[in-house]
Ligand binder design. Structure first.
Ligand code: SF4
Ligand code: SF4
Length: 444
């Protein structure tokens, strides 16, 4: 694709990168077929290629974002399905990240929209605040069906209340800062990102991760200064808050790297993993020592399934006689290109594994997308659940808390992959397995 940025524009590192990305696109349109919003809406402007043209026009002309650009970029899930389809290697992720930042800097959103984004930014990354907000949403959940109207605001309020869980587990002690010692001879030392929303919604995921890793001979560090990875703000175009959160993690893990050393930074929410693996890029234009620290953290970042494979996961129980429908989170399969490891581990653990049709399509979770675009997210959820149901499996496993929340409440119980692996390695039975077994007995 030809571009015509001026030399002055290209002195900005983000514009220079977007220029490079735009020039790799050859307009072939292969990406349209695998883009969830194009599949649903059938509008070229809701396809990757259409969005690329809109972004190019906006950036090249140094123009404030228009309502049309905002509408179509906001509808993008950042699922990155287009990136794994593209034969030319177009880095759509960095392009749309730049566009979202430009939109936030130049577009005056309606007041209710700005307020919602601000609230999400102030609440979701902080477990204490998120817990309080969820308790409020749980109390208001029965009222969701009484919220009248077809307005955007009414739809979002209904979506928020519906997504609130029926109950909330208490905070887990394992997430407190400290070191969880290796069981037996020590084989390595890793830091764990305990996350933000995940530790409130499902602390059992971090508990299972720590049990598994320590059992495999790894010291697991939960650093007191690590927190939200910044992805939620980053995907809303909130540059400064995202960088502040990311910087805190980089400094925390740098302290560990410089001290006793780290073999990995382990992430068990794939949406966060994609972002931590991108810290090196996000900080590339900072002071050289900061950029180097960010790059070092990104180089150490590993999804938990990569760590389990590297250190040799081995089950300790008999085969459970259960079939798992594996839902590939977009951030894992498209963002990090991890496709076979989770399935191989589940098979090694003794599960029969099935994959749904249209496995490349997003479930509609996508960070805050299911709150901001509830209609499209709802359609994608229904489509995903229908495909998962057709596998006739006993339960659904996925490696991302956003997907698990989005797919909860369907015909099959949902569980994080790592909880199944921990159970088969000697950990406690996950609640989803108990539910799946009860359903099996009832159907027999
Ligand atoms: S990131 Fe996903 S929704 Fe956005 S353009 Fe690419 S395929 Fe479409
Ligand atoms: S598949 Fe790649 S090269 Fe082709 S239109 Fe899409 S982004 Fe451009």
């Amino acid at each position: 694709m030809q571009t015509s940025f001026t030399e002055a524009q290209l002195r900005d590192p983000d514009t220079a990168e977007s220029n490079r990305i735009l020039r790799t696109c050859v307009h072939c349109g292969f990406c349209t077929a695998t883009c969830p919003t194009f599949v649903l809406l059938g509008d070229e402007l809701d396809s990757p290629r259409g969005r690329i043209y809109l972004i190019k026009d906006m950036l090249e002309n140094d123009r404030p974002a228009t309502p049309e650009v905002v509408k179509h970029v906001d509808r993008c899930l950042s699922c990155l399905s287009c990136m794994t389809t593209c034969p030319s290697g177009v880095n759509y992720m960095h392009l749309v990240d730049h566009a979202r930042r430009h939109i936030e800097e130049t577009y005056d959103r309606p007041v209710h929209e700005k307020a919602l984004r601000k609230v999400l930014s102030l609440v979701l990354p902080y477990p204490g605040r998120f817990r309080l907000a969820l308790l409020g949403a749980m109390a208001g959940r029965p009222l969701a069906r009484f919220i009248p109207g077809a307005s955007v605001l009414a739809g979002r309020l209904r979506a928020m209340l519906k997504l609130a869980p029926a109950s909330l587990p208490p905070p887990s002690a394992v997430e407190r800062p400290g070191t969880h010692r290796a069981v037996g001879p020590r084989r390595g030392r890793v830091a764990l990102l305990t996350g933000c929303a995940q530790q409130v919604l499902a602390p059992s995921i971090n508990e299972a991760t720590i049990r598994l890793l320590t059992r495999m001979g790894l010291d697991v560090i939960v650093h007191q200064d690590q927190g939200c990875c910044g992805a939620l703000d980053h995907h809303m175009g909130h540059h400064d808050p995202a960088m502040r959160l990311a910087r805190a993690n980089i400094e925390a893990w740098h302290e560990e790297i410089r001290g006793k050393g780290l073999d990995a930074v382990v992430i068990n929410a794939s949406g966060c993993g994609t972002t931590v693996k991108d810290y090196g890029f996000m900080f590339r234009a900072e002071a050289p020592e900061v950029a180097a620290r960010a790059a070092a953290v990104s180089a150490l970042a590993m999804d938990v399934t990569e760590v389990l494979t590297k250190f040799g996961y081995a089950p300790a129980r008999e085969k459970p006689g259960l079939t798992v429908a594996y839902h590939a989170a977009c951030s894992l399969q498209h963002g990090q290109r991890i496709t076979t490891l989770p399935k191989d581990l589940l098979k090694r653990a003794g599960f029969a594994v099935k994959e749904p049709a249209e496995g490349h399509l997003c479930c509609g979770s996508a960070g805050t997308y299911n709150l901001m675009q509830p209609e499209i997210a709802g359609q994608l959820r229904d489509r995903k659940l229908a495909n998962l149901d057709r596998t006739r499996a006993d339960l659904i496993a996925a490696g991302n808390i956003g997907c698990l929340t989005q797919l909860a409440g369907g015909a099959m119980p949902t569980v994080h992959t790592v909880e199944l692996l921990d159970w088969m390695a000697g950990g406690p039975e996950p609640a989803a397995v108990a539910a799946a077994r009860a359903a099996k007995r009832a159907a027999a």
